[in-house]
Design a protein around this ligand. Structure first.
Ligand code: C2E
Ligand code: MG
Ligand code: MG
Length: 441
């Protein structure tokens, strides 16, 4: 079925949560496996602003037509929200098939939608669920699908793999409500981990990693509180805090030279990790510009690390912001490279200057020839695109040496430096400088 649309078509799919709930409830009452997909249209607000309401409405009709045309057996399609569609699969053989269905939906939008004489590319993220989990009703299915949709957004992916244990984890509402307060109370601190040059002795970059010093629970890992921050919206103030704190710390490191003389010294640069939510938020580029001005730091001394999934939709607001930041002179780094299941075509117009090989490829370099081959490919790929390549998670001398021989540019890992608080870092930097001058003499 063609979903090509003429501007005279005006039957905008109505938002109808009630009809959706009723249909899902009916199907669940039959007591057989039912699947639910939620498709979130990325950047729909921007499409609205760029093309106007009429085109956006017609685009919604195209999207609905395309979803109906997918030939997912017996599927029902409902519009749930401004930019969200639900697809109910009434005869699901196995929950693992939901991933295949999610993939099918995403792929169907690789082809542009045509409204009148306009060709519009849209990106879709999918969350999904089934009623096979214990006591799963309409609300639970929606909640599970929204959790996986949030996970996909946070990872910058179109969808994430099915993980039942993820859905059964109790949500820590208490911790979530404490997080905003913790940011305001300065309970978060930054630790710094060095990226050590394998080519130019003494050249060091530092990555800022957030920690939460909770008054009762002790030190809480970012793996716990970053997802909470993403769900609660606290990621925006958290990112602002991280950027300002990292830049302030940078100005305190020995040998740091202010912006007026920054061209003479390029020893230090600080990297801050970014969630896609922060990157998509209104005014993010202005926030970075203001922070650089306040702390008097040259943009070239700041790196922003994002995971590769962010780059997949070239038209997204996140990628646009990255291009603007790159134009300012800030370095963009692709974190955890190799784990994102993304296709490499995004390299063609990539605003990134650094590529970080994920720890999972580095862990077995000494004993696994295939991992060595993959790591070498990633190093060559990065260099082809004028990026400097960092290997993450190096824990021993043998791995460090292999990567040096492979032509990798930077090494990061517990072997040469664990993440450390600012005061420990200052001693570490002093010691490192001393070792360097001893080596020279
Ligand atoms: P990442 O950016 O990929 O950071 C690397 C993680 O690996 C860090 O965990 C680091 O402590 C750990 N690591 C480094 N070297 C080694 C090693 O040799 N062995 C082992 N086993 N681990 C190593 P950490 O600090 O727990 O951070 C986890 C993730 O949380 C980070 O992954 C980053 O994605 C996120 N994160 C941390 N701080 C922030 C932040 O301020 N904002 C955002 N949005 N995310 C953050
Ligand atoms: Mg990182
Ligand atoms: Mg990483």
């Amino acid at each position: 079925m063609s979903d090509r649309l003429n501007e005279s078509d005006v039957f905008v799919p109505p938002i109808d949560r009630r009809a959706f709930t009723q249909k899902l409830r009916e199907l669940l009452a039959l007591d057989r496996p039912v699947g639910l997909l939620i498709a979130d249209i990325q950047d729909f607000k921007r499409i609205n602003h760029t093309f106007g309401l009429d085109v956006a409405n017609q685009l919604l009709i195209c999207i609905e037509k395309r979803l109906f045309g997918l030939s997912l057996k017996g599927a029902f399609v409902f519009r749930l929200d401004g930019n969200e569609f639900a697809i109910i699969l009434p005869s699901l053989l196995d929950p693992s098939l939901l991933v295949l269905a999610a993939n099918k939906v995403c792929k169907s939008f690789y082809e542009q939608l045509v409204v009148g004489d306009r060709h519009i590319q849209i990106g879709v993220r999918i969350g999904y669920s089934s009623n096979t989990l214990l006591n799963c009703g309409v609300e639970d299915m929606l909640r599970h699908a929204e959790i996986l949709l949030d996970d996909a957004k946070a990872a910058g992916l179109s969808y994430v793999d099915y993980d039942e244990s993820r859905l059964l984890q109790p949500h820590d509402w208490q911790l979530e409500s404490e997080l905003n307060q913790a940011i305001a109370n300065n309970e978060l601190v930054l630790f710094f981990q060095p990226k050590i040059s394998l080519k130019r002795q003494g050249k060091i970059y530092l990555e800022a990693l957030a920690r939460w010093q909770h008054p009762e629970r002790g030190m809480i890992s970012p793996a716990v509180f970053i997802p909470l921050a993403e769900q609660s919206g606290a990621i925006k103030p958290l990112t602002k805090w991280a950027i300002h704190s990292a830049l302030r710390s940078l100005t305190e490191w020995p040998g740091y030279v202010s912006i007026d003389h920054a061209d003479h010294v390029d020893h230090y640069s600080v990297a801050v990790n970014l969630s896609v939510y922060a990157l998509e938020s209104e005014g993010f580029v202005d926030l970075v510009t203001a922070a650089l001005n306040i702390w008097g730091v040259s943009p070239k001394n700041l790196t922003l690390e994002v995971t590769e999934g962010v780059f997949v939709n070239e038209a997204s607001k996140a990628v646009q912001s990255l291009h603007e930041l790159r134009a300012l002179g800030v370095c963009i780094s692709i974190d955890d490279f190799g784990t994102g299941y993304s296709c490499l075509s995004y390299f063609k117009n990539l605003p990134a200057g650094e590529l970080k090989i994920d720890k999972s490829f580095v862990d077995h370099l000494t004993e696994d020839g295939d991992d060595r081959y993959l790591a070498q490919l990633m190093i060559d790929l990065g260099h082809r695109f004028n990026m400097s390549v960092v290997a993450e998670g190096i824990e021993d001398q043998a791995t460090f040496t292999i990567l040096q021989h492979m032509g990798c540019d930077y090494a990061q890992g517990f072997f040469r430096g664990k993440p450390m608080p600012q005061d420990v870092l200052l001693s570490w930097l002093k010691q490192h400088k001393k070792e360097r001058s001893d080596d020279k003499n």
